[in-house]
Design a protein around this ligand. Structure first.
Ligand code: COA
Length: 152
């Protein structure tokens, strides 16, 4: 089972848990507990964790939302955990009034790029040398509501 029952919303109090999960997903590039705690000072930030070992941190600002980070620990990948986190993020930001969801992904992160493509994200930009290692980031966007101006 990887449904919504295995997900819960967490807060700044759970920064240590978020940092542990992030380390399991990103290794040496993981964010610290302090970094996670600081994120919650920003308006509109929320986080979800999946009991199998995954997390997502996202932000809603007016009608736009952004995934700040999403990851699944190595041992739990390929079982729908990431997809469940993404689905729950879509639901949460739509409920908060967002009509579009953005994120950045490393150009060399083929697995994540496929994962986002399957979820309906399209590339809308590129930030050269965005990451500390000099890697470019692709800016991806998913439209959350049908285009009301499109012909039926
Ligand atoms: C990207 C990531 C979050 C995906 O999580 P996951 O739990 O493994 O993904 P899921 O099992 O939910 O897969 C969802 C879909 O993506 C596809 N997918 C996931 N990983 C894939 C891979 N390595 N190669 C090909 N497709 C992949 C799956 O086939 C699935 O598609 P389907 O539902 O049509 O079969 C996970 O691999 C991860 O944490 N990676 C390291 C951290 C990272 O790169 N985060 C994103 C940074 S922007």
């Amino acid at each position: 089972m990887s449904g919504a029952a295995r997900l819960r919303q967490v807060t700044a109090w759970d920064a240590a848990l978020l940092a542990t999960l992030h380390a399991g997903a990103f290794g040496a590039d993981a964010w610290s507990e302090t970094v996670f705690a600081a994120q919650f000072a920003l308006p509109g930030v929320f986080a979800l964790v999946h009991e199998a070992g995954g997390l997502v941190l996202a932000r809603v600002a007016a009608d736009e939302a952004e995934i700040l980070t999403i990851g699944v620990v190595e041992a739990a990948r390929g079982q729908g955990v990431g997809a469940a986190l993404l689905r729950a993020t879509f639901d949460a930001v739509i409920a908060a009034g967002a009509v579009v969801l953005f994120l950045e992904v490393g150009v060399r992160n083929a697995a994540a790029r496929r994962f986002y493509a399957r979820a309906g994200f399209i590339q809308v930009g590129r930030r050269r040398g965005y990451y500390a290692n000099g890697e470019d980031a692709l800016v991806l966007r998913a439209d959350l509501v049908p285009d009301s101006t499109a012909p039926p």
